[in-house]
Design a protein around this ligand. Structure first.
Ligand code: VGL
Ligand code: ZN
Length: 216
């Protein structure tokens, strides 16, 4: 697949120490994507990153709900929400963009999840599916029509970003080997990695390997 430098952009989702093995919400193999994404970043002229950025006591944290454990589900006013270990606390080192990620071509950073009562997996809308982050306007004003997505986690923030982008009319390509998933056990309303992939494929999202991408 050929990259068109003027209208293609790569979006790097939530590559932060908090999601690395040893972090607060570890994604298995999460650190493995850093060199793969750094290599991809040399092939694109434009990049954006997202950053999970929660206040202490955020509604997505199990610790904010008595009797709940991480990875339980819980009904919040805007819908069913998986509850997580405390993670991505705004301003802490583990919520920084991973220090080894090459940010030289990153032109915008979208921080999400900073409203105390609502989670935000997607780069475009918070989990109520209505509150915008502003990324759509930024991408359109800059003339981008196709998004290549990578990062963490395949089954949550990458999947929700890809789905919203496709719904908004962008062409969307997920670079699969540059993503890793959390992989929650099925049941109790939780999404699995396979379900997330099927949902995206049904929306027309394409999946490719990083080795199949070349500069136009
Ligand atoms: C994420 C769960 C909670 C993600 C963020 O980056 O996929 N998942 N917060
Ligand atoms: Zn989060």
């Amino acid at each position: 697949m050929q990259i068109y430098p003027d209208t293609d952009i790569i979006g790097v989702v939530d590559v932060q120490p908090t999601f690395m093995p040893g972090g607060e919400l570890p994604v298995p193999g999460g650190h493995e994507v850093v060199p793969i994404i750094n290599d991809l970043l040399t092939r694109f002229a434009h990049a954006f990153v997202t950053q999970d950025w929660h206040p202490p006591g955020h509604a997505s944290f199990a610790s904010a709900h008595s009797g709940k454990q991480p990875y339980d589900t819980h009904a919040l006013p805007y819908g069913e929400q998986v509850l997580w270990p405390d993670h991505g606390i705004a301003g802490t080192p583990s919520a920084a963009i991973h220090p080894e990620l090459d940010q030289s071509r990153v032109q915008v950073v979208i921080r999400k999840g900073f409203h105390p009562g609502i989670d935000s997996y997607s780069a475009f809308f918070e989990n109520d599916h209505r509150t915008p982050t502003g990324l759509e306007g930024w991408l359109r004003q800059r003339g981008f029509t196709r998004l290549f997505l990578c990062g963490l986690a395949t089954d949550f923030c990458v999947a929700w970003s890809a789905e919203d982008a496709a719904r908004l009319g962008f062409e969307v390509v997920v670079i699969e080997d540059a993503c890793r998933g959390i992989g929650l056990p099925a049941g109790d309303g939780r999404t699995t990695i396979d379900e997330a992939r099927d949902r995206l494929a049904a929306r027309g999202v394409q999946f490719i390997a990083s080795s199949g991408l070349r500069i136009g």
